[in-house]
Design a protein around this ligand. Structure first.
Ligand SMILES: *[C@@H]1O[C@H](CO)[C@@H](O)[C@H](O)[C@H]1NC(C)=O
Ligand SMILES: *[C@@H]1O[C@H](CO)[C@@H](O)[C@H](O)[C@H]1NC(C)=O
Ligand SMILES: *[C@@H]1O[C@H](CO)[C@@H](O)[C@H](O)[C@H]1NC(C)=O
Ligand SMILES: *[C@@H]1O[C@H](CO)[C@@H](O)[C@H](O)[C@H]1NC(C)=O
Ligand SMILES: *[C@@H]1O[C@H](CO)[C@@H](O)[C@H](O)[C@H]1NC(C)=O
Ligand SMILES: *[C@@H]1O[C@H](CO)[C@@H](O)[C@H](O)[C@H]1NC(C)=O
Length: 220
């Protein structure tokens, strides 16, 4: 009985389950299954922080695997933020808002947002101050998170290979979730290949769906 319900349940989330990656500044870590957790399940700051502009427009790149999503960017100025409270006030008690308010994106692929940390008006930030950016992404099936640990540098520009542009074509969205799903069902052996872009997405979706279905089955 449980096996049957698991298979039936797996078919539904397979169509909707996907994720996003934080491509710049570089993510703390990515694990599809843990992405619903605070900082995407990675609870320790990176040992090497990405240099990031202390002031002025700075690019933030994500890759969306949902047809549409709501995206916001939070920031903490703690060395090791451990909860969301650290993302709306400093350790000195200064409150502030989101680095980027929630906004809808349409289409799959790379999206770039320009953010300006100085616009938050945080007291005492200077060259060498640390921060952690947390991206919240909701593609319709719950909030997902990714964190990046950064060090703020004056007069810094992102590396030249970081191009700030959006995916424009909706072609990727029309490649169809059912194709992806059937392809993945036929190729469970691809589970171990982290390097193929498409394979990664598909395998991730299957793992996510099975995890979700297992959750459902356990809850029954
Ligand atoms: C959040 O974390 C800080 C320290 O990291 C702690 O002092 C505070 O109590 C926590 N707040 C909540 C609501 O858990
Ligand atoms: C700050 O974040 C915490 C935890 O999410 C929340 O309880 C609190 O209301 C927030 N405060 C402000 C001023 O937004
Ligand atoms: C800012 O800090 C970096 C190292 O983090 C250093 O290389 C640079 O010289 C500093 N710039 C200024 C203006 O102090
Ligand atoms: C930033 O660059 C400008 C010129 O581009 C320079 O005048 C200024 O001193 C620099 N500031 C720092 C802190 O390096
Ligand atoms: C940009 O170049 C760095 C090394 O210089 C590399 O680690 C990174 O993957 C490249 N691409 C992006 C999108 O960051
Ligand atoms: C990409 O699209 C989002 C959402 O429409 C927008 O906020 C952002 O400014 C766009 N980025 C660029 C580089 O045009």
């Amino acid at each position: 009985m449980k096996v049957l319900s698991l298979v039936a349940a797996a078919a539904l989330p397979l169509l909707a389950s996907a994720h996003f990656t934080l491509d710049y500044p570089y993510t703390r870590g990515f694990d599809e299954d843990l992405e619903p957790q605070f900082c995407g399940g990675f609870n320790t700051p990176s040992s090497s922080r990405t240099p990031y502009p202390l002031s002025g427009s700075a690019p933030l790149l994500i890759d969306s695997h949902h047809p549409t999503a709501d995206v916001a960017v939070l920031i903490s100025f703690d060395q090791n933020p451990t909860n969301f409270s650290a993302f709306n006030q400093t350790s000195e008690g200064q409150g502030y808002g989101l680095l980027k308010p929630f906004g809808r994106i349409n289409g799959q692929g790379e999206f770039c947002f320009n953010v300006d940390i100085a616009s938050l008006g945080i007291n005492g930030l200077q060259n060498g101050s640390v921060a952690t950016i947390q991206v919240e992404f909701n593609g319709g099936d719950g909030a997902l998170f990714q964190c990046s640990d950064i060090v703020l540098v004056s007069n810094y520009s992102a590396p030249s290979n970081i191009t700030c542009s959006n995916a424009t074509s909706s072609a990727s969205a029309s490649s169809g979730p059912s194709q992806t799903a059937s392809g993945s069902m036929g190729n469970p052996s691809q589970t171990g290949s982290p390097n193929s872009g498409a394979g990664r997405v598909v395998v991730g979706a299957v793992v996510g769906a099975v995890a979700a279905a297992a959750g459902v089955a356990l809850a029954l």
